[in-house]
Design a protein. Structure first.
Length: 653
């Protein structure tokens, strides 16, 4: 038999060699049928013997499962996740109840189940399959940011993608509505077909609209102070003289229960948050600062000098039951709630937040509406603005300390559809903050990106190549996508030999890694970036250092991580980096959008380097029509709006 070390935690190769030397050809029979005999080997007690037997059984189950998946045309990379979910019963479940997997494992479950059903000889329940197909389409729609699918399009997609006919599709929809998973909306809208929502999103939109209306119906607790008092308080507390625009915006905020503040880099959003906090506390109000992600919350705390929490922490997310403790029945203990980076808040999280904000409190949402929308479904900040029912206050002045920053100036130019200015610095010996390097060959772009990360930027700007430089790219696939760039940059920057390979990803000690989904048990969240600190092959465990806090991962959990030398622009939201490198080619055509480029530029603090073609840059500048997300939130707040943001014509009775 082969040496089975590497899949038994805590059992090294030397101990395995002793087991084989003792039992010889009968080793497997002993492990499978009489594991207590393992205690005959020096150094093995009852506990270790039991662990070896269990590990061998799991290993045997894994080999069986991988063979089963291969025979049924399913990627064997899914084996670890399936075993983690169902244990040794997994093959029985896949054979007898495959669409249970589609229901219980998001995204990949349907692909596994449907592949197995297509290969199976036994007939499948067509209604069960149609329901799974429909839910898979909604999963994809939500991943793309949509809140609903028009019913006629839903049936069309079921027919084209899965050969589910209208009759079976109608029956499947009725079942899913009765089961409380989908809702066919009865609200007024402009389309020819009813709108179908996942129930949670339908409820979330309704909650947001209802609570905002309720908050706006409650009068302000106090008469807003005059502008002189505001100016004096800010000057006294912060030693800041507000501009006339900032004074006016601050005065408006104090006069409204719900408000949106938006502005680009360098327009004073942070100064305004600090000023609001100072004035509100002068009025005796309790202020809570929050942001959608851990990175954004930490940055907000650093720049304001006050505590700031993630929204999940502020709302008391309970890991045990997946619920939020703070609701309208147990609201936040605050008179003023200020949320920074509000463009990142999706529909579901906004619903949880607004339920927990007391109707007597004030809610202030601060963000840059020109950035990419939230990763989760909806386009909440833009929808609130579009509804015309909430006061929107726009910061437009670039302040003196930022006027000379090429990054800030060029970000505003890009936002307005103008090409960035690449003028050399006045002093030929000094360095600029903004560079564009022309190159059209994708392979040479990769070489230039690697050279910038490994040698040029660290040498000239004294930056750490792994911690301080972030490559941001619009795509995952292709030569200059995240997958290839991470592989190539890892090879150039990290020669470490201690490594582990999991589901096609190779991690080394010293790698920059990103956590991919919220893990409340570990207190690590989607988009958090750390450094792989250690890899223990015997214990099958790795440790990641997140800003000084070390978090342990069993190898089976490493699918929650990815290399992060290069990340998507979406994943960079809410973060800032000393230097960013942005490959930009026409191969990215589908993703070349002005708001994506703008978001990427505004992530850089000291240096932005774009590598690519002027043609790709011009395509992005001209494309100011990002994919429209399907949402009803704006029209729930303002039924007079049409789908394109205009007002409806009055209907004739």
């Amino acid at each position: 038999m082969g040496n089975p070390s590497g899949f038994i935690k805590g059992v090294g190769p030397k101990l395995v060699d002793r087991i084989i030397a003792h039992f010889k050809a009968g080793t497997l029979k002993v492990i499978e049928a009489d594991p207590d005999r393992l205690t005959e080997v020096a150094g093995i007690g009852k506990k270790t013997a039991r662990r070896i037997a269990e590990a061998w059984q799991s290993h045997h189950a894994a080999r069986q499962l991988m063979r089963f998946l291969e025979e049924n045309g399913v990627d064997t990379a899914y084996a670890a996740r399936l075993l983690q979910e169902y244990g040794n019963d997994v093959i029985d479940i896949l054979c007898n109840d495959p669409y249970r997997v589609a229901e219980e494992i998001p995204r990949i479950g349907f692909l596994i189940a449907d592949a197995i059903v297509r290969h199976a000889d036994t007939p499948v329940d067509e209604l069960d399959r149609a329901k799974a197909c429909m839910l898979h389409l909604f999963e994809q729609a939500v991943d793309q940011g949509h809140a609903y699918i028009a019913q006629n399009k839903l049936f069309d997609q079921c027919q084209k993608a899965f050969d589910v006919g209208p009759e079976t599709g109608t029956a499947a929809l009725e079942h899913l509505v009765q089961a409380g998973e989908l809702v066919v909306a009865t609200e007024s809208h402009d389309t020819d077909s009813p709108l179908v929502f996942p129930k949670m999103l339908h409820q979330a939109e309704a909650v947001i609209a209802r609570r905002i209306e309720a908050m706006q119906a409650v009068p302000l607790a106090d008469t807003p102070p005059d502008s002189r008092l505001i100016t004096e308080e800010v000057l006294k507390k912060l030693s800041i003289a507000l501009s006339a625009q900032q004074e006016e915006i601050l005065s408006q905020i104090l006069s409204h229960k719900v408000s949106v503040v938006t502005g680009g880099p360098g327009t004073g959003k942070t100064t305004l948050i600090r000023s609001i906090t100072a004035v509100m506390e002068r009025l005796g109000r309790r202020v809570m600062l929050a942001a959608p992600t851990g990175r954004a919350a930490r940055r907000l705390s650093e720049v304001t000098g006050r505590p700031a929490a993630t929204l999940h922490k502020a709302l008391g997310y309970n890991l045990a039951d997946g619920q939020f403790e703070r609701t309208e029945d147990d609201p936040l203990a605050a008179n003023v709630v200020i949320v920074d980076e509000a463009s990142m808040v999706d529909t579901l999280l906004m619903a949880h937040l607004i339920r927990a904000v007391p109707v007597t409190a004030s809610l202030i949402l601060v963000g840059d509406v020109f950035q990419l929308p939230s990763v989760g479904p909806g386009n909440v900040l833009a929808d609130l603005i579009r509804s015309q029912k909430i006061i929107t206050l726009k910061l437009t002045e670039i302040f003196r300390q930022d006027e000379q920053s090429p990054i800030v100036v060029n970000a505003h130019r890009v936002r307005n559809g103008q090409p960035p200015v690449m003028a050399p610095p006045d002093d030929p010996d000094s360095l600029s903050e903004f560079y564009f390097m022309e190159q059209s060959d994708p392979e040479k772009v990769v070489e230039m990106v690697v050279r910038l990360c490994r040698r040029e930027i660290p040498r000239h700007f004294r930056l750490d190549p792994i911690r301080d430089i972030q490559v941001l790219t619009p795509m995952h696939r292709g030569p200059v996508g995240t997958l290839n760039l991470n592989r190539v940059i890892q090879g150039a920057l990290n020669p470490a030999s201690e490594q582990v390979e999991v589901m096609g990803s190779r991690f080394k000690v010293g790698d920059k890694v990103m956590h991919l989904r919220n893990n409340y048990r570990k207190e690590v969240f989607n988009g958090d970036i750390g450094i792989m600190d250690s890899i223990d092959l015997e214990k099958e465990r790795a440790e990641v250092d997140y800003d000084g806090r070390k978090v342990s991962y069993d190898f089976v959990e490493l699918d929650e991580l990815t290399l992060a030398y290069a990340i998507s622009v979406h994943k960079s939201q809410g973060s800032e980096y000393p230097a960013v490198v942005i490959p930009l080619l026409t191969q990215h055509y589908i993703m070349l959008q002005r708001n994506l480029l703008y978001t990427a530029l505004t992530r850089g603090k000291q240096l932005v380097v774009m590598v690519g073609t002027a043609k790709a840059l011009n395509v992005a500048l001209r494309n100011d029509r990002p994919r429209q997300r399907r949402s009803m939130l704006a029209r729930r707040l303002n039924p007079e709006l049409t789908e394109d943001g205009g007002r409806k014509r009055p209907q004739v009775a």
